[in-house]
Design a protein around this ligand. Structure first.
Ligand SMILES: [Zn+2]
Length: 89
């Protein structure tokens, strides 16, 4: 799992996610299937809030396996945030 905190790597991932237009599908509780708009590969990403209050994420793409924040996580995060807002309202 990688901690989501605002840094250069996360900003780069946000930029890529905005350009690439990944397709995100709900795959379970806090789990998402992200189909890359770039390579059309499907990856599995998970997001959860840790006891430390930070958001933690994991993705099974090559970058995610090296504990890097990838654009799949960002795309899933956007959908995750939207779903959490819907659940609250
Ligand atoms: Zn990824």
């Amino acid at each position: 799992m990688v901690k989501l905190e605002m840094n250069k790597q996360l900003q780069g991932a946000v930029r890529r996610a905005a350009q690439i237009h990944n397709t995100v599908k709900l795959a379970g509780q806090n789990a998402y299937t992200v189909i890359s708009g770039h390579s059309r590969e499907a990856y599995r990403g998970t997001l959860r809030k840790g006891v430390d209050g930070f958001a933690w994420a994991w993705c099974n793409c090559p970058a995610g396996q090296k504990s890097m924040v990838c654009h799949h996580i960002i795309s899933a995060g956007w959908v995750h945030t939207a779903i959490c807002k819907m659940r609250k309202s």
